[in-house]
Design a protein around this ligand. Structure first.
Ligand code: C5P
Length: 408
């Protein structure tokens, strides 16, 4: 949960589907209630095999529904009233079957009907066997739902209840509760234009080869998604990466640092906030060959010489002309994190530097979590614990909010 953003209590409809991870749901209900939310649970038929309605009813303090056609349950609160009541619908665990049903729009039971009837945002928390999660059908269904604006938390990697190892573990209750707080936060950034850069750049050597880096783009995409969820108008300048465009975000795909610089400089003119999470190549080959460099054209055993030239520093460039605009930079460091970040902040001249320790295996490149330290121009250092990238994104935007309100 975001420490700086107060939790906005809301009405949560929690749909529990039939997976072994349902054993964590009573704890989730407790945490959500403790955070001040009103919680109503609904069970799929299979969900009822894994967790007892009585436990959920006792912990949530509200009757639990499981059938669409039970006249007693429907008399208490109709399924449409329930769908309208919710500020957020959470499906946890979200099984492969549930994800498929929602992707196809099937309303053949209570949970399916509620998910189609509600106007509230939907958060799916998948949990399943690693092979089921990586099955092309599940990937396609999850991709379709993401495009429609459905939110996902996890799944995480690790030991699975089925005995396999891999991606498929349901997110922990604390992580889910944190995401709920973010999703209920409200559209407080309406009218704000936000520019985000993400991913690495690709600098061509010849027609087929290039210099690239390990950036996955996940951190920048999470910032773009969170800014859009807060109601901002978001433009995302993305280096080559396979991530889906977050809902409501305008995406500009670029390849090289020079292309990224041109797009960022153009968009920066009309925005109020810029978060530069891209891993921009510092150097590019001076004379990229338009044709493929062939081994046969060189002397036996010889290698081509590649001269490099420096790329422009995009962050330093926009920071120098920012005026009232807030600019956030990133730093990936492998040692002396804070000292290196302080020096970088001074060099770049931005308002906040988000420093990652890339020597950690559970944070940084291509992971879903990140452990970052905020470094401010005044010398203030704020070390955050290991958090999902969506939550790191929320913390960054909370900081930006403060910077926009207060003196700098
Ligand atoms: O200098 P370094 O690459 O470590 O700095 C990282 C920060 O600077 C990131 O915010 C990155 O987006 C930005 N950067 C940039 N232009 C460059 C290199 C990095 O904007 N040429």
């Amino acid at each position: 949960m975001s420490a700086s953003a107060p939790v906005q209590p809301g009405n949560l409809l929690l749909a529990v589907a039939g997976g072994i991870a349902a054993y964590k749901i009573p704890e989730l209900v407790r945490q959500l209630r403790r955070a001040g939310h009103a919680v109503r649970c609904v069970l799929t038929e299979a969900g009822g095999e894994f967790v007892s309605p009585l436990v959920l009813q006792t912990l949530s303090g509200a009757p639990v529904r499981s059938s669409l056609f039970d006249s007693g349950e429907e008399g208490e609160i109709s399924h449409i009233e329930l769908a309208d009541w919710a500020d957020l619908v959470v499906v946890a665990p979200a099984t492969a079957n549930r994800i498929a049903k929602l992707a196809q729009g099937l309303a053949d039971d209570l949970v399916g009907t509620l998910l189609l009837a509600t106007r509230a945002p939907v958060l799916l928390v998948p949990a399943m066997n690693v092979n089921m999660w990586s099955h092309p059908a599940t990937r396609a269904n999850a991709g379709l739902l993401r495009e429609r604006g459905v939110h996902f938390e996890g799944p995480e990697s690790g030991e699975l209840a089925c005995g396999w190892e891999g991606e498929g573990r349901m997110a922990e209750p604390g992580t889910i509760a944190g995401r709920v707080a973010i999703l209920l936060g409200g559209e407080t950034w309406k009218g704000v234009r936000v520019l985000v850069s993400a991913g690495g750049t690709r600098e061509p050597i010849d027609a087929v080869r290039s210099i690239a880096n390990r950036s996955s783009g996940k951190m920048g995409f999470a910032v773009a998604e969170e800014a859009a969820r807060r109601g901002a108008e978001v433009v995302l300048v993305a280096g080559p990466c396979a991530l889906p465009t977050p809902p409501g975000v305008r995406r500009l795909d670029v390849e090289t640092a020079l292309e990224m610089a041109a797009a960022v400089e153009h968009e920066f003119e009309t925005c109020q906030v810029a978060v530069m999470a891209a891993a921009v190549a510092d150097f590019r080959p001076a004379n990229a060959s338009l044709a493929k460099i062939k081994k046969e054209d060189l002397a036996p055993g010889a290698a081509p010489r590649i001269d490099l030239v420096q790329n422009p520093d995009i962050l330093a460039g926009i920071s120098a002309t920012r005026g009232e605009r807030v600019v956030v930079g990133f730093a990936a460091e492998s040692h002396d994190l804070v000292e290196a970040a302080r020096r970088k902040l001074a060099r770049k001249g931005c308002d906040l530097l988000v420093a990652n320790d890339i020597s950690r295996v559970d944070a940084g490149f291509d992971t879903d979590s990140n452990a970052v330290t905020f470094v401010s121009p005044g010398g203030e250092v704020d070390e955050l614990p290991l958090l999902p990238k969506v939550e790191v994104a929320a913390r960054i935007l909370d900081r930006v909010e403060k910077l926009r309100e207060g003196p700098r």
